[in-house]
Ligand binder design. Structure first.
Ligand code: CA
Length: 750
């Protein structure tokens, strides 16, 4: 058996050094030095092969003991690493080969004690039976201090039920370091990583969270999709003292808070936020510093920067680039507070310093955001100084209330208008030069100076691939399928992720429900020539990360059973809680009327679709709602789909609504749902009783350039936020309603 004693010992030494760095909050560029000639004499190394051997070795561990997990799969491993190391001789738990020790099934890791070091583990293919995957405590009275978890991966280790809440990593205790880890693909409720302050022993904690790769966090469709949270409102006036430095947030788009900072005295330095929806939110707590970060929205929807609430917050020398978010998701958002705010509401912004930042083609800087009859306390004693602002268009500032409590000095602005009186702004008319990296240099001493952020490569681990930027349906093999009975299910057995089944002309009959747990495309040669029938209530059941693209096919519901709740595409929670995608192009759907309530797509409660895109397709003879996304009726702000888009399609003889979607409650954590319908034809939809579309709580409704004949109006219920509605260019036949949309505003009066 060969193991890499020297590297393990070196890690142990760097742990001790990391502890020193924690005390000083040194910048990320100060890489931990590694000694060339470590003294191994004090260490005792044990390779363990079984869970029992690991438990015995941990019980017997002394300072300097190194317990090495043998390569392979460790299933259902409820690992408790409780030991006492010393600063010079930590107790080490590591992988025989980093990345080749896989914890699967229902595994978890708890650390308790002093000076512990964990490295090289991978959690995947399962989920934690506890409230966390990695916890820096055994229980409420046994915490870990002065300990470190490094080079560890948690990939897709999500609860199969999206609503089942957990937190992948929970930091407790003091002086702990979480660095160079890779966390990606959390799809269930709860933050990816949380710093807990729920006992005296976890406050003033001096933790370091650095150089981690936070991979994509898909849209959660509710509150509870934060990537990082520090504290809770309950401990919001508590000093946390946590350093978050040099981390890469790659498409962390769970909800409106990428990071929810809910305690005081934290530092966010040198992190990169790439294409992440929402903001770094200084939600509670005072005296937090945000500097040298790089926010690159790449012009994607809802990408934002920093949202400021509470006292003594500093935002300086950050670079904000191509951010399109508005409102709570603006490039910079200074909130109004609530006078004498309760601890869980909005404290007034007092003594905020916004200094020396560059705003490069951002949509909006919001000032006094959230102003209403409750949030009336405007910002005071604050400064906005030396910033370089290049708006995306003529208007970049959006002022919601009195901002006389913010002093504007030494700012430079181009392409957009300064604030009303222009005081404190120098306007530049000439074009601005960019560096080789495409960044703007400071102008007249205004704007940010490098370094900003961190590169992807410097975060996470080298031995585990970071998320691909490619589209889910791209790549894969083409598999030819012949007509007949159950030829589709036979072909699916051999299909890998992103493969395409190519159907030859002819008739297809399926007697099984086809489980789709990965992205797959099914394509016909010509839609009229490929006819598909199915003998069960559903043809496709999406599980896990199931995604389906259907193109140039014809589906008939005529041979489905006469039961209840039939749908061509449905969801099943059995295979996990991943987000789904459905894309339908150039397809026919006819005779979905053998029973009541037959749909093309019916989303189960707890399921979530990132997108449902329909183009150039025909839907004829339906008994139910064609797209049914209305199972989340608990009014907690949860919903089934972020985007539903229909273009250039035809709906005729539909008993229910074309779309039924439900998003209840007044929560402000999400952006959707979005519904867009254009260039389509609707005839005899709703049969006199159902609305054309039932849109409860939809935030963006677009209905343009459609032809209508014998339909009812669209029903829109406003539940929260500022729902946007565009209805234009439609041709309404003789039997249509006078008003195409009926709006019922049920939002609480503010
Ligand atoms: Ca939240």
């Amino acid at each position: 058996m060969r193991f890499r004693a020297s590297s393990i010992s070196l890690t142990a030494i760097s742990l001790a050094l990391a502890g020193c760095a924690a005390a000083q909050h040194a910048p990320a560029s100060a890489q931990t030095p590694q000694a060339e000639n470590a003294d191994h004499s004090a260490t005792k190394q044990t390779v363990v092969q079984t869970q029992e051997e690991a438990e015995s070795a941990i019980k017997a561990a002394q300072p300097g003991t190194e317990i090495i997990l043998a390569n392979g799969k460790w299933e259902d491993f409820d690992l408790l690493f409780e030991a006492q190391g010393t600063a010079d001789a930590p107790v080490v738990l590591s992988a025989q080969t980093p990345g080749e020790v896989i914890l699967t099934g229902q595994s978890s890791l708890r650390l308790a004690g002093e000076h512990l070091l964990v490295s090289g583990l991978v959690f995947r293919d399962g989920y934690s039976p506890r409230d966390s995957v990695i916890s820096f405590r055994k229980d409420s009275s046994n915490l870990a201090n002065n300990s470190r978890v490094t080079e560890t991966v948690i990939k897709g280790y999500s609860q199969p039920d999206r609503a089942q809440r957990d937190t992948w990593v929970m930091l407790y205790g003091r002086n702990n370091v979480f660095d160079h880890n890779h966390l990606a693909g959390k799809t269930n409720s709860g933050p990816t990583l949380a710093v807990r302050l729920d006992s005296e022993e976890s406050r003033e904690n001096n933790h370091e969270i650095r150089n981690n790769y936070f991979g994509p966090r898909p849209i959660f469709g509710s509150n509870g999709g934060e990537t990082l949270r520090i504290g809770t409102s309950h401990y919001s006036l508590t000093h946390s003292g946590t350093l978050v430095e040099g981390n890469y947030f790659d498409r962390c788009s769970g909800e409106v808070e990428i990071i929810s900072n809910k305690a005081g005295g934290n530092v966010f330095r040198g992190n990169t936020f790439y294409q992440s929806r929402g903001t770094l939110t200084l939600r509670h707590g005072n005296g937090t510093l945000v500097e040298n970060n790089f926010f690159d929205g790449n012009n994607k929807p809802y990408t934002g920067g920093v949202r400021v609430i509470n006292a003594d917050q500093t935002v300086r020398n950050n670079y904000f680039k191509y951010l399109t978010g508005t409102g709570f998701s603006g490039a910079l958002v200074i909130m109004n507070g609530v006078p004498d705010s309760p601890i869980n509401r909005y404290h007034q912004v007092d003594n905020a310093s916004i200094q020396g930042n560059t705003f490069d083609n951002v949509s909006v800087i919001e000032l006094g955001e959230g102003s209403d009859t409750e949030r009336t306390a405007t910002p005071v004693n604050s400064s906005f100084q030396g910033n370089l602002i290049v708006g995306a268009d003529d208007t970049v500032f959006d002022v919601h209330d009195d901002i006389s409590g913010i002093a504007f000095t030494g700012n430079v602005i181009a392409k957009s208008q300064p604030l009303a009186n222009g005081k404190g702004f120098l306007e530049l008319s000439a074009g601005l030069d960019r560096s080789d990296e495409g960044l703007l240099a400071p102008q007249n001493d205004a704007g940010a100076s490098p370094p900003f952020g961190v590169s992807r490569e410097k975060t996470g681990v080298s031995w585990f691939p970071k998320a691909s930027p490619s589209a889910p349906f791209d790549g894969g093999q083409r598999i030819a399928v012949s007509p007949g009975t159950d030829t589709l299910s036979a072909a699916l057995e051999n299909a890998e992720e992103a493969d395409t089944l190519v159907l030859a002309p002819g008739n297809y009959v399926e007697s099984k429900i086809l489980t789709i747990d990965k992205p797959l495309t099914i394509i016909g040669s010509e839609r009229e020539k490929v006819q598909i029938e199915f003998l069960r209530p559903n043809l496709f059941a999406l599980e896990g990360n199931g995604a389906l693209a259907l193109e140039s096919l014809s589906f008939s519901g005529a041979r489905a059973p006469d039961g209840s709740g039939n749908a061509l595409v449905t969801t099943s929670p059995r295979g996990g809680s991943g987000n789904h995608l459905v894309s339908i192009k150039d397809a026919n759907f006819v005779d979905f009327d053998v029973n009541r309530g037959f749909s093309v797509l019916s989303a189960g409660k707890g399921s979530f679709f990132d997108r449902i895109d329909i183009a150039g397709s025909r839907f004829e003879n339906f008994s139910g709602d064609v797209f049914r996304l209305d199972q989340e009726t608990d009014d907690y702000g949860i919903y089934n789909a972020e985007y539903l888009t229909i273009t250039d399609s035809t709906f005729e003889d539909v008993g229910g609504s074309v779309v039924s979607i439900y998003r209840g409650g007044t929560d402000e954590s999400t952006f959707g749902p979005h519904v867009s319908v254009s260039g389509s034809t609707f005839k005899d939809v709703g049969k006199g009783s159902a609305p054309l579309m039932r849109l409860h709580g939809v935030q963006q409704t677009t209905f343009t350039d459609n032809d209508l004949d014998s339909v009812s109006a669209i029903d829109l219920v406003k539940t929260t936020g500022d729902p946007q509605v565009t209805v234009s260019g439609n041709t309404n036949g003789d039997n249509g309603p006078d008003e195409l949309i009926s709006v019922d505003d049920r939002r609480p009066i503010k």
